[in-house]
Design a protein around this ligand. Structure first.
Ligand SMILES: C[S@@+](CC[C@H](N)C(=O)[O-])C[C@H]1O[C@@H](n2cnc3c(N)ncnc32)[C@H](O)[C@@H]1O
Length: 214
């Protein structure tokens, strides 16, 4: 069992929010200049952002490693689904929200088509540093030309906590993403609370970036 399966099994899912992400609400108009056909949500967990996004577009497509997360998503939101094999992954299909269950790196853009908009929260920060450039390259392979990505990251002293979530400093975001287009920092928030103080952190920033590709 991998670390994500055991986290889901043991209910160690502090990243899961009981409401729609406030940055997504605030910046969705920027992400979607016009109503897009579809939006892609990598490493989606069972986020409530999926049904919220479904109200803004015709199709939401997620990918999530852990089947428990995917099944809980459809059950808790009272959405029906069918399951079919899709290459190395399982595709959970619904009229408005599809989720590919399996490893994101096994999903190919030929399966999903390209997206004008991608929403990445809790996703790049779930990827260990050596894999991050590869993650970004793979993520960008799902984006249409002149598409946009909203990315929400965390930044803290990595020596104080092992992660995930990992610290992805703004300087690293620049290095990873500027070759693809224009990376804009939209907002930075100090979100240090007792949960993270108890894990040993003395500072924790959440940052919101938008990448607009060439
Ligand atoms: C920090 S959580 C964030 C979930 C969601 N984005 C949210 O905002 O609640 C990261 C999720 O990515 C999933 N995950 C980790 N590695 C993955 C991979 N290689 N492919 C697909 N999903 C993955 C985990 O199971 C977990 O649900």
């Amino acid at each position: 069992m991998n670390q994500w399966e055991s986290r889901w099994r043991d209910g160690r899912i502090g990243f899961h929010l009981p409401q729609v992400n406030s940055y997504l609400r605030r910046y969705s108009d920027q992400l979607f200049e016009q109503v897009p056909e579809s939006v892609f949500v990598p490493l989606c967990g069972k986020t409530l952002d999926l049904p919220w996004l479904a109200g803004k577009t015709k199709k939401v497509v997620g990918v999530e490693l852990v089947s428990q997360a995917v099944e809980e998503f459809y059950e808790e939101n009272k959405l029906n689904y069918t399951i079919q094999q899709a290459g190395k992954l399982q595709l959970y299909r619904n009229a408005s929200i599809d989720i590919y269950q399996g490893d994101f790196f096994d999903l190919k853009p030929e399966q999903t088509g390209l997206f004008k908009a991608i929403y990445d929260r809790g996703s790049i920060v779930a990827i260990d540093q050596p894999e991050r450039q590869k993650y970004a390259e793979h993520l960008l392979s799902f984006l249409s030309p002149r598409g946009k990505i909203l990315l929400i990251t965390l930044e803290y002293d990595q020596s104080q906590m092992s992660g995930p979530p990992y610290s992805v400093p703004a300087a690293e975001m620049e290095v990873i993403f500027t070759k693809f287009g224009r990376l804009e920092l939209l907002e930075t928030c100090d979100i240090l609370d007792d949960r993270f103080r108890n894990k040993g952190l003395d500072g924790l920033l959440e940052r919101v970036f938008q990448l607009v590709t060439k």
